[in-house]
Design a binder for this molecule. Structure first.
Ligand SMILES: Cc1ncc(COP(=O)(O)O)c(C=O)c1O
Length: 376
């Protein structure tokens, strides 16, 4: 059996054809496929506007420049990829790391307590970790009661739904971001998107994506004006053609991910020292399948488990190392926040392979290998 990684893309003949057609067209970048992809993702999420960029980090960067001011204090989670809080730093703002709940998401009740005691806090960056959305009614309450800016990092959660609210719809937030990296639900190679219901924000994001340049109808044909310091964060039409083709299959990809997650739950339920991060939940779009393992009661530790699984041809991963404990963040004075749940979470968790192309046989092999190594 080939090596089974923790995540990977699924590219079909239809994707290859879509990319080839765009390669043969007049536009490789800044053409019709970009706007088509933006419209299609916006419609899928039920949001008014979408701005496609070259990766999820770029999406976070320009959204942060547009939403935050230097010095703003922003509540966020230590349980994410570095990019979420790095973007707050890019904007000259200050992340405040809040502890997580048992399901790996930021604890919004704790956020409320912090907003009560420090009303100067300006914003909240929430991640729908592993594809499991944070409580939307709590987001609504925080926005209404404290008037904060909210960004939803939906890099794990395209297709997830919480009481009819789709991830990326920005129902109770100012903006959402997506990543289309190959391990995510659908891919453009590298790619990202910001969604919003705010037209002015959308226009600003488009300017930031393209060097801060503006072209208006009264200008001479060659003219453009640089109004602020922007970037080249454009995505190509080639990537967007792939994204459009992948989007057609997204719901099938998610169904398969959910099916595999349900099967992991079933297969592992009788093991005394392993449990899913949360019991099977159809609202999650399952970017990741995370388990907690009680290593204190086992003969092996996490490093040995990783090594023995790798020797059997199975890749594991840990999502995530607490961001506030990273050397760069420690140098900025972070690392001693009261985040006891994040700390015990990090000791116990790992992500098992999960991707739609994984066959039943491959999943059975992963489960059997895990139970053998753990002794169950
Ligand atoms: C939660 C989260 N936010 C943001 C990003 C950044 O996305 P990208 O890798 O496309 O820059 C990632 C990527 O892993 C992520 O997992």
């Amino acid at each position: 059996m080939d090596f089974i990684p923790y995540g990977k893309q699924w590219i079909g003949e239809d994707d290859l054809r879509a990319v080839a057609q765009t390669l043969e067209s007049d536009y490789l970048t800044t053409g019709p496929k970009v706007t088509e992809f933006e419209r299609a993702v916006a419609d899928y999420c039920g949001v008014k506007y979408a701005v496609a960029v070259c990766n999820g980090t770029a999406a976070l960067h320009i959204a942060s420049l547009a939403l935050l001011k230097p010095g703003d204090r922003v509540l966020t989670t230590p349980n994410s990829f570095l990019a979420t809080s790095n973007a707050i730093l890019y904007a000259g703002a200050k992340p405040i790391f809040v502890d997580i709940q048992e399901n790996g998401n930021i604890d919004l009740d704790l956020c409320e307590k912090m907003l009560e005691s420090a009303p100067s806090i300006k914003a909240l960056y929430a991640v729908h970790f592993s594809g499991n959305p944070v409580e939307q009614e709590k987001l609504a309450k925080l926005k209404e009661r404290y008037g904060i800016t909210i960004l939803e990092d939906c890099a794990h959660s395209i297709g997830a739904e919480y009481n009819g609210i789709k991830a990326g719809s920005c129902t109770h937030s100012d903006a959402s971001i997506f990543s289309f990296h190959p391990v995510k639900h659908m891919t453009t190679g590298e790619g990202g998107m910001v969604t919003t219901n705010d037209e002015a924000l959308c226009e600003r994001l488009k300017i930031l994506r393209n060097h801060g340049m503006v072209k208006t109808p009264g200008m001479k044909p060659w003219e453009y004006e640089m109004r602020e310091l922007g970037f080249n964060y454009r995505i190509t039409d080639i990537q967007c053609a792939l994204g459009l083709s992948q989007l057609k299959k997204l719901d099938d990809f998610i169904s398969r991910r959910r099916q595999l997650a349900g099967r992991y739950d079933e297969a592992l339920q009788n093991h005394p020292h392993i449990r899913p991060l949360y019991p099977y939940d159809g609202r999650s779009s399952y970017h990741l399948y995370v388990v907690r393992i009680d290593f204190e009661r086992l003969a092996i530790d996490k490093v040995e488990l990783f090594e023995q699984m790798r020797a059997k041809g199975v890749g594991l991963q840990v999502h995530y190392i607490p961001i506030n404990k990273q050397p760069y963040y420690k140098q900025l004075g972070y690392g001693n926040e009261p985040t006891p749940r994040m700390e015990s979470y990090y000791e116990e968790v790992l992500s098992l392979p999960l991707y739609p192309k994984m066959s039943d046989k491959e999943q059975e092999y992963v489960i059997q290998s895990l139970l053998e190594v753990l002794g169950g």
